[in-house]
Design a protein around this ligand. Structure first.
Ligand SMILES: Nc1ncnc2c1ncn2[C@@H]1O[C@H](COP(=O)(O)OP(=O)(O)OP(=O)(O)O)[C@@H](O)[C@H]1O
Ligand SMILES: [Mg+2]
Length: 231
């Protein structure tokens, strides 16, 4: 079933945070989810060892460039969703994961330096596409200010629109709850007794990100079947 890959050569862009939010929210709907933690830092594996990780979510942590393709194929056969969290570099492993993706999510923080790094990921996606089906991708603005949209953020978003770079209309704001799941474990819902401020807003924001990801997957699948019919 669908493979969603989080990629950006920029360290700290928000890949792991967004990947775990997506995976836990999908698991919350009852879907089976496999997360492939392809980052040697193993942040998703560490999170999964904390209490309250959903039972229908499994994490694979032993991943190499020799094994990733088979691991993604196998997970896609057995799970409703596969989420791949990548290391912040460009490597053969990253290329293989992107080639297997039904959707590549590129987290970007609102600075020009981050946007430049996102362009590298898009180049990598285009290189994997050569002569083959298109790989759907979208920029996800992360760690945004929930109260205001700073001028630089707005400028970058406008540039993306001008350059016709697909981007989520949902921004994943900078929220304490998104950090807290990595200390307490479990899902956003599990934080309800931890006195977290603005938790309902964090959950709503996460859900609109997930809904948009599902919509992009659906669009990608429709485009693929349309191009198969043409071929
Ligand atoms: N939406 C968010 N709200 C609050 N904190 C966030 C958010 N996204 C990321 N962070 C914080 O920013 C830091 C980097 O995030 P994260 O580890 O998700 O990035 P990454 O792209 O996976 O990094 P790496 O390239 O090192 O794997 C972490 O401290 C994380 O807690
Ligand atoms: Mg990470």
């Amino acid at each position: 079933m669908p493979v969603i890959v989080f990629s950006s050569p920029k360290g700290g862009a928000g890949k792991t945070t967004a990947a775990v939010i997506l995976a836990t929210e999908l698991a919350g709907t009852g879907a089976t989810v496999t997360v492939i933690d392809a980052d040697p830092n193993k942040n998703v594996v560490d999170w999964s060892k904390l209490p309250d990780a959903p039972k229908n979510l499994s994490v694979i942590g032993e991943v190499s460039e020799d094994t990733i393709q088979d691991q993604i194929d196998e997970a896609a056969r057995t799970s409703t969703f596969v989420v791949v969290d990548l290391e912040g570099t460009a490597s053969l492993l990253v290329g293989y994961a992107i080639a297997a993706a039904d959707l590549v999510v590129i987290p970007v923080q609102g600075s020009q330096l981050d946007a430049k790094q996102a362009a590298r990921t898009i180049k990598l996606i285009k290189a994997q596409e050569r002569g083959r089906a298109k790989i759907p991708f979208a920029i996800l603005f992360t760690r945004t200010n929930p109260a205001i949209v700073p001028r630089t953020q707005r400028h970058i978003e406008e540039r993306m629109i001008e350059m016709e770079v697909p981007a989520f209309s949902t921004r994943l704001a900078d929220r304490e709850a998104y950090r807290a799941i990595f200390s307490y474990g479990g899902t956003l819902q599990n934080l309800s007794d931890k006195g977290m401020s603005n938790l309902p807003t964090a959950i709503t924001n996460a859900r609109s990100f997930v809904a948009e990801a599902l919509q992009l997957l659906k669009q990608g699948a429709e485009q693929q079947s349309a191009s198969r019919e043409v071929a």
